[in-house]
Design a protein around this ligand. Structure first.
Ligand code: TMP
Length: 210
């Protein structure tokens, strides 16, 4: 059996990451891989209920962070870990880097507390932490992302934040990527959909997964 592969997609709202998840799932399935396509917060009935709360209700940053990690715990136990154990590819639209970027850098919440929550929630039996094998970080100027979002569906609590919030979120992602460069691939998302897709494919091919 081939080992499981865990790929997360990250970026500020409007960076276009979600456009490329399904095509990547299709490309991997064409090569005979079984793919679980999922998202955070969400991916299980409980975590989807938490998503609805976290994205639509006002709350303090600690409550927000705890809800994100509660949803993640359920998602890991019920979906991500079983899929990886079965040798599947898991494509996840956001994971813990989003919590560091949005609740940490965006809301200004204590990064040390987030790191502790990360250690509790993502601990594996051998003492290591579950992290994605690859994180595709879609990078786009917050002003451009805001223009792309304008006029789309009704914005949720995060999408309706001002551009300054997304500048902080982007800085938070940048910090996470600098701290773990071998896990991250930065994708310049200010280009045509085809050009961005070409980069996604080449990063995954370089890893030998396509
Ligand atoms: P999505 O619109 O890309 O599905 O993401 C949902 C929103 O939730 C997005 O605005 C980012 C936010 N979010 C957090 O604030 N913290 C998290 O840990 C996650 C996973 C998402």
């Amino acid at each position: 059996m081939r080992p499981g592969v865990f790929i997360s997609f990250e970026g500020i709202d409007g960076a276009g990451k979600s456009t490329h998840i399904k095509p990547l799932a299709d490309a991997l399935r064409d090569q005979g891989r079984t793919v679980t396509l999922t998202r955070e917060p969400g991916g299980t009935p409980l975590a989807e209920s938490i998503r609805d709360l976290a994205l639509n209700q006002a709350m303090d940053p600690l409550s927000e962070a705890l809800l994100m990690f509660a949803a993640r715990r359920d998602h890991l136990r019920l979906v991500i870990e079983p899929a990886l154990a079965a040798g599947q590819v898991v494509l996840c639209d956001r994971f813990t880097d989003a919590t560091f970027a949005y609740q940490g850098a965006g809301r200004g919440f204590d990064l040390a507390v987030l790191s502790q929550l990360e250690r509790w929630v993502q601990a594996l039996p051998d003492g290591t932490l579950r992290q994605p094998d690859l994180t595709l970080l879609f990078e786009l100027a917050p002003e451009t992302a805001a223009q792309r979002l304008a006029g789309s569906r009704k914005p949720d609590k995060f999408e309706s934040q001002p551009v300054a919030f997304f500048r902080s979120v982007a800085a938070g992602y940048d910090q996470r990527a600098n701290a773990d460069p071998s896990r991250f691939a930065r994708i310049a998302a200010d280009r045509s959909r085809e050009a961005v897709w070409g980069d996604v494919l080449s990063v995954v091919r370089q890893k030998g997964w396509l």
